[in-house]
Design a protein around this ligand. Structure first.
Ligand SMILES: O=C(CO)[C@@H](O)[C@H](O)[C@H](O)[C@H](O)COP(=O)(O)O
Ligand SMILES: [Zn+2]
Length: 198
């Protein structure tokens, strides 16, 4: 007999993914177009998030600098969640709220993309990073949930908002991950076409 709690996790995750597929297909396509255009123009992607979303930021950067499923040259993506000296110095000397926005200020250029993760849509350091990205004429692709929170209110029409229709952090993250893989696949299709071989 399958453990009912384990079964419930898989069932809820599967059900949400199929519901989210129809709701999120369009913003995911918009994110692919935005990122492919930016990369084609020589711009880069900066990614940030907290906790599990920090891992997602690093996961995405690794698949662009390395590869997703097809061989290609490295693409410029960077997670702002990895340099412990920057994170601890800025967190200690200024505030945890500024650990990503200071890096966006330092590294972000006009035309770059900020990939911002927050399942609640309310994490202060993500909101601060988005505000600095806008000041630097960057575009934002935000992955949220729980209705989008405060992030949903500060995004512009030039940004993309992938908001998972659920209130449970773990389930939202699981849909963020499949959305990231859709984006990686979409960028490779834009580069090589639909039937490129490895
Ligand atoms: O991965 C999980 C929960 O599944 C946690 O580590 C989660 O990422 C953390 O609680 C984050 O601090 C939540 O922040 P946010 O997604 O609301 O911006
Ligand atoms: Zn998690």
């Amino acid at each position: 007999m399958t453990n009912p709690r384990i079964l419930a996790h898989f069932q809820e995750s599967a059900d949400l993914k199929m519901k989210a597929a129809s709701v999120l297909a369009q913003p995911i396509e918009q994110a692919i177009e935005l990122m492919f255009t930016a990369l084609s123009n020589g711009n880069k992607i900066l990614a940030c998030g907290n906790g599990g979303s920090a891992a997602d930021s690093q996961h995405f950067a690794a698949e662009l600098v390395g590869r997703f499923e097809r061989e290609r040259l490295p693409l410029p993506a960077m997670a702002l969640t990895t340099d412990t000296s920057i994170l601890t110095a800025v967190g200690n000397d200024y505030s945890y709220q500024e650990i990503f926005s200071k890096q966006v200020q330092a590294f972000g250029q006009a035309g770059d993309i900020l990939l911002a993760f927050s399942t609640s849509g309310n994490s202060g350091n993500i909101l601060a990073a988005i505000e600095v990205a806008h000041e630097r004429d960057m575009r934002v692709v935000a992955l949220t949930g729980k209705g989008g929170g405060k992030i949903g209110k500060i995004l512009t029409d030039a940004d993309v908002h992938i908001c998972v229709p659920h209130d449970r952090t773990a389930r939202i993250q699981e849909v963020h991950l499949v959305s990231l893989h859709c984006i990686c696949d979409g960028i490779d299709v834009a580069l090589f076409g639909d039937d490129a071989n490895e």
